[in-house]
Write a new protein. Structure first.
Length: 129
């Protein structure tokens, strides 16, 4: 596969999409399409874990550009993927497009100690590679 190519998968519950997954140069990009709460955290977690193993993922970018709310389930999703990456070897987890509400949760949880924040996917991808 050419480095410019990417593969996308969409998952969702009922009739709405909850996330879109993209693999680009061993980086898993998770485009969240709705708020990250306990209702869709399970789907995102399971699908991300599957792709991390089957596609030999090295880094993860969480795209929050369409998210206005995140609860503690979202913290668990991010922290769990970070821990899984560490177990698989190396790599980094970063977040992009974070609104002030989600930023407050990430700050209060201390996740910025292990997860970097970038304004957009392009900037994050540049710093990861």
């Amino acid at each position: 596969m050419d480095k410019k190519d990417s593969i996308r998968w969409t998952i969702g519950r009922k009739s709405t999409e909850s996330a879109e997954f993209e693999i680009k140069d061993r980086t898993l990009i998770i485009h969240m399409k709705e708020d990250l709460d306990h209702h869709n955290a399970l789907y995102i977690r399971e699908y991300a874990d599957k792709k991390m193993v089957t596609k030999n993922v090295q880094n993860i970018i969480f795209d929050f550009s369409q998210v206005n709310f995140m609860d503690s389930s979202g913290i668990g999703v991010i922290l769990g993927r970070y821990k899984k990456l560490r177990l698989l070897g190396s790599g980094r987890v970063v977040v992009t497009g974070v609104c002030s509400c989600v930023n407050r949760i990430l700050t209060m949880s201390g996740l910025y100690g292990i997860v970097d924040q970038y304004p957009d996917i392009t900037d994050a991808f540049t710093h990861l590679n």
